[in-house]
Design a binder for this molecule. Structure first.
Ligand code: A3P
Length: 282
C-alpha cells in the first residue's frame, strides 16, 4: 500500500492542503487527470452511472474541483460536506498529493500529450479577464501556438508539469482501487469503457443504461448544454466543450517539434507508459 499523501502541492491554482478538510466517506469517487484529458466527460459518465440524470445547473456543483484555490461556486464552504453519497470529487493533483484510502475509488484520465497541448492552448485562450471574480489575470502563455507548445511540452507552463502527473499515477496503476482510462478509448470505444467504469465502481449496468449514458455524455449533447459543463464565471461562453477530437496537432506542430516530443516522451516515461499514452488501450 502506498504511504498516504507524501507531498504538498501549492501553485497559483491548486492547494493540495484543501483536501485535509474533506471528511472521507467510504463511497467517495475521485476523478483525476493532469488536465484536458476528458475529466468533465468522465464526471458526466460517472454522474449518470450513479445518479441516472443530470438535473443540475452545473456539474461543478455536484462534482467540485477540490484543491482549486479560489473561493467559487465549486469550493463554497460546506459544499463538499453537503453532497450526497457517493460523492464524485475532481482533482488535477499528482497521486502523492492526494489522501489515499483503500475504500476510495480513483479514476485517472490520460490523453496523448500532443492532443493535450492543443486542447490546453484553446483552454488558455478562452479565460475571462475576471475569471473566478479575481482582479488578477492568469498567465495563459503565448498567443502563438508554436511558442505556447515549446514552453508547455518542456515545463508544463503556463499550468503544471504533465509528465510528472502521468508518472505519479502510472506507478500506482496496479492498485485495485485505481482505474486508468484513456481519452482515445473513451471516445472511440465508449460503451466498453462505460461498462469497465461501471464494474470498477460496482454500479449496476445494462444495455439500456449504457445507451442512456452514451446519449447524455455525447459530444453533441454536452456541447449543446455547455452551460451545465463549463465552470461558471471562468471561460468565454461555449468554449470549454471545444472540439472533442484528437490529432489536430498533425496540422499544427512542425517536424522539429514532433521529433522533440518523441525525445521528451522517451526520457520522461517508461516505454510501456509512453506507448499507452500514444495509442490508448492498456
Ligand atoms: P478539446 O479541447 O480537444 O476539444 P477536460 O474536461 O479534462 O478539461 O477535457 C477537455 C477536453 O474534453 C476538450 O477537448 C473537450 O472538448 C473534450 N470533451 C468534453 N466533453 C466531451 C465529450 N462529451 N466527448 C468528447 N470530448 C469531450
Amino acid at each position: 500500500m502506498p504511504s498516504p499523501k507524501k507531498i504538498v502541492v501549492q501553485d497559483f491554482m491548486r492547494d493540495s492542503t484543501i483536501w485535509d478538510s474533506v471528511k472521507p466517506r467510504s463511497t467517495d469517487i475521485i476523478i483525476a487527470s493532469c488536465y484536458k484529458s476528458g475529466t468533465t466527460l468522465t464526471q458526466q459518465i460517472v454522474n449518470l452511472l450513479v445518479n441516472g440524470n443530470d438535473n443540475f445547473e452545473s456539474i461543478h456543483h455536484i462534482s467540485p474541483w477540490v484543491e482549486l484555490r479560489f473561493q467559487s461556486s465549486e469550493t463554497e464552504t460546506g459544499l463538499i460536506d453537503s453532497l450526497p453519497s457517493p460523492r464524485i470529487l475532481k482533482t488535477h493533483l499528482e497521486f502523492e498529493a492526494l489522501p489515499y484510502y483503500q475504500e476510495w475509488k480513483y479514476i485517472y484520465l490520460v490523453r496523448d500529450g500532443r492532443d493535450v497541448g492543443v486542447s490546453l492552448y484553446n483552454h488558455c485562450q478562452t479565460y475571462l479577464n475576471n475569471a473566478y471574480n479575481l482582479s488578477i489575470t492568469f498567465d495563459n502563455g503565448s498567443d502563438d501556438f508554436l511558442e505556447f507548445w515549446d514552453l508547455w511540452v518542456e515545463t508544463g507552463k503556463p499550468r503544471w508539469p504533465f509528465w510528472e502527473n502521468i508518472n505519479s499515477w502510472w506507478q500506482v496503476r496496479n492498485l485495485s482501487n485505481i482505474l486508468l482510462v484513456h481519452y482515445e478509448n473513451l471516445i472511440n470505444r465508449k460503451s466498453e469503457e462505460i461498462i469497465r467504469i461501471a464494474k470498477f465502481l460496482n454500479q449496476e449496468i445494462n444495455s439500456s443504461k449504457v445507451e442512456m449514458i452514451c446519449q447524455f455524455s455525447s459530444f453533441e449533447y454536452m456541447k449543446e448544454n455547455w452551460h451545465k459543463f463549463q465552470p461558471p464565471g471562468v471561460f468565454k461562453p461555449q468554449s470549454f466543450i471545444n472540439k472533442g477530437t484528437n490529432k489536430r496537432w498533425r496540422n499544427l506542430l512542425t517536424p522539429v517539434q514532433l521529433q522533440r516530443y518523441e525525445i521528451i516522451i522517451s526520457q520522461k516515461l517508461e516505454a510501456e507508459c509512453a506507448n499507452w499514452i500514444k495509442n490508448g488501450i492498456l
